[in-house]
Design a protein around this ligand. Structure first.
Ligand code: HAM
Length: 405
């Protein structure tokens, strides 16, 4: 009988990956706390209606990618495909909308989307996200963007920031009508997906990945030239704050995001080092979402970082730090090795093998433990106060005084 495997697109996190994972959570949380965020945890399973109402019925996420099922109590539920909807549900359920004031919450955990797995695209992936409630000042939009930049800078990750404004209920419908007029004229030449979207969600046509569609969209009306006075003022102010703080960005008028709840500011942080799935983080303003989910109208803004994608980049930058393996060639060497291990562990990951063995055996075990430096002590070395060292990568060998090691 074949052994049971994890499901396609769902991975265990272990070894070096789990170390990096916890390192990321620790440090991203620290940065979030310095920005005034506190931790929130919401359930992984929620009512399907929550995502239909927030992420949107016409979005790919809700339409095609939900892990949705009927539970034993006949409830229509699904594994969360993203974190914002649950946090907003909690905000309303716990009556923070009625209390008024400002709330900053961060979270991390697994999200589930039934997509076709490929490099950087999983069915179970992890996000680190932040949501802010009760602030409509565009300074908070800039604050959020600078916080993501701080996190990426901390992990020494290069990125491109793409920025757009999706307007508000005043200007977006007018723009949408103009766009539909333009799209209807070129309908025959657009791909099948775009044709479907003209009917269901015309704005999403703008981020079609098909090259021919992109060429046809070159002359399409641009949302940033069709914003109302308020939205335009906020968008200009946001750019000014980012410029003032030395944050570089590109305006991408085709950046519409795959979730329907956004208005005004929308952004994405991308990297061209991780292949086609280049978005490391995304977010924006969602001033109407609290109301959509039955709460009292409250502005909101947030983002989520894709942890797996970010850690791919961290791994690329990770310098290979030496991992030491200490082995005894005779019983008497063990005491000396324990002392060396304690000193070396101040800086390096260090293994010590308690059973005295020959050279070859030690090299094998060291390799299995991921060590690249093997240091051995036997009778001769004890007599001379020396230690034998082999670098398993370069194959270089030497015997040096213990005090020089
Ligand atoms: P999102 O853009 O759908 O936004 O996802 C955020 C990030 O999650 C992406 O930039 C990407 O790094 C990662 N991600 C998404 N799908 C996958 C996948 N299948 N495999 C691996 N990584 C993936 C949201 O989810 C919004 N809730 C963000 C937000 C918070 N907006 C406002 N507040």
């Amino acid at each position: 009988m074949a052994n049971i495997q994890s499901l396609r697109g769902m991975n265990d996190i272990l070894g070096n990956d789990s170390e990096l994972f916890t390192y990321f959570i620790e440090n991203a949380s620290k940065i979030a706390k310095n920005y005034g965020f506190t931790y929130i945890e919401t359930p992984i399973l929620e009512e399907t209606a929550l995502f239909k109402r927030s992420v949107g019925e016409s979005s790919d996420i809700v339409n095609k990618e939900m892990y949705q099922f009927i539970d034993k109590g006949e409830n229509d539920v699904c594994l969360r495909p993203e974190g914002t909807a649950g946090v907003v549900r909690s905000f309303v359920q716990n009556k923070f909308d009625r209390a008024g004031g400002t709330y900053r919450w961060y979270y991390y955990g697994p999200m589930f989307r039934y997509e076709r797995p490929q490099k950087g695209r999983l069915r179970e992936f992890h996000q680190f996200g932040c949501e802010v409630f009760g602030i409509d000042s565009v300074y908070e939009d800039a604050n959020i963007i600078m916080m993501i930049k701080d996190i990426l800078d901390f992990f020494k990750i290069g990125f491109k920031l793409q920025l757009n404004s999706l307007g508000c209920p005043k200007c977006m419908p007018v723009y949408r009508d103009n766009l539909v007029k333009y799209l209807t004229n070129i309908k025959e030449e657009l791909c099948e997906d775009c044709n479907r979207r003209i009917e269901t969600n015309p704005i999403r046509v703008l981020d079609c990945k098909n090259e021919k569609c992109q060429q046809l969209l070159y002359n399409a009306p641009k949302i940033t030239y069709n914003l109302c006075e308020d939205c335009n003022r906020d968008f200009e102010k946001l750019k000014e704050i980012l410029d003032f703080n030395g944050v570089e960005y590109e305006i991408n008028t085709n950046l519409v995001r795959g979730l329907d709840y956004y208005s005004k500011t929308a952004f994405e942080f991308t990297s061209n080092e991780i292949g086609a799935q280049s978005a490391i983080a995304g977010g924006g303003r969602y001033d109407r979402l609290v109301e959509f989910l039955g709460g009292r109208s409250t502005p909101g803004i947030g983002f989520a970082i894709g942890i797996e994608r970010l850690l791919e980049l961290v791994k690329m930058n990770q310098e290979q730090k030496d991992v030491l393996y200490l082995g005894a060639l005779c019983e008497e060497a063990l005491n000396i090795l324990t002392k060396i291990a304690t000193a070396k562990r101040k800086e390096y990951k260090t293994f010590i093998e308690y059973t005295p063995r020959g050279f070859g055996k030690h090299f094998n075990i060291a390799e299995k433990n991921g060590a690249n430096i093997v240091a051995l002590i036997g009778e001769n070395e004890i007599k001379e106060s020396t230690i034998f060292i082999k670098n398993l990568t370069t194959k270089e060998e030497k015997t040096i005084k213990i005090e020089d090691f």
